[in-house]
Design a protein. Structure first.
Length: 173
């Protein structure tokens, strides 16, 4: 058996969801309904996301003087999934400023304030380990409990372009 199928960090991606999960990721392009294709042919691979409880996002920059949000972080938000971000310090704080909510009640997010990249790496790994080693039923319950947050984040994302344009317009006047 391979490392990836036996390691506890990957087990939540095998079959964490069951029929009791009342929600599903977005299956169509909400910005342009004219784009054809099935869910697993979209750029965010929403069919794949049906099997994901938490996305470990590895951002473009890690040891950088300021946080940067890319499509990598927006991907789990668009698919209504929880996430842990391996990125520059302050990225979760930046997400909060944009109106997104994170999961500090169930994931230790103190790594976001750590400036030392080595310590931050160990803190992120510990956060991941603490989440994915929970019993599967507890992971299901956590996801159920965060449905409102996942929907909130999706709505913030849908309105992000208008919000950012308004912010830029307001700062230039």
């Amino acid at each position: 058996m391979s490392y990836f199928t036996t390691h506890p960090w990957t087990r939540i991606n095998e079959s964490w969801a069951d029929s009791s999960v009342p929600w599903k990721p977005v299956e169509e392009n909400y910005r342009d309904p004219l784009i054809q294709g099935q869910a697993n042919q979209t750029r965010f691979q929403t069919d794949f996301y049906r099997h994901i409880a938490v996305d470990i996002v590895t951002e473009t920059v890690y040891n950088y003087p300021y946080p940067q949000i890319t499509e990598k972080t927006l991907r789990p938000i668009s698919c209504k999934r929880m996430f842990i971000v391996v990125g520059a310090p302050g990225i979760l704080e930046l997400l909060h400023k944009k109106g997104f909510k994170t999961f500090a009640d169930v994931i230790d997010e103190t790594y976001d304030t750590e400036l030392n990249p080595v310590r931050r790496w160990h803190m992120v790994c510990e956060s991941i380990k603490n989440f994915v080693t929970k019993p599967m039923d507890e992971i299901r319950d956590i996801v159920h409990q965060h449905q409102e947050t996942l929907e909130h984040n999706f709505q913030v994302l849908v309105n992000l372009e208008a919000t950012e344009c308004k912010f830029l317009n307001d700062t230039n006047t």
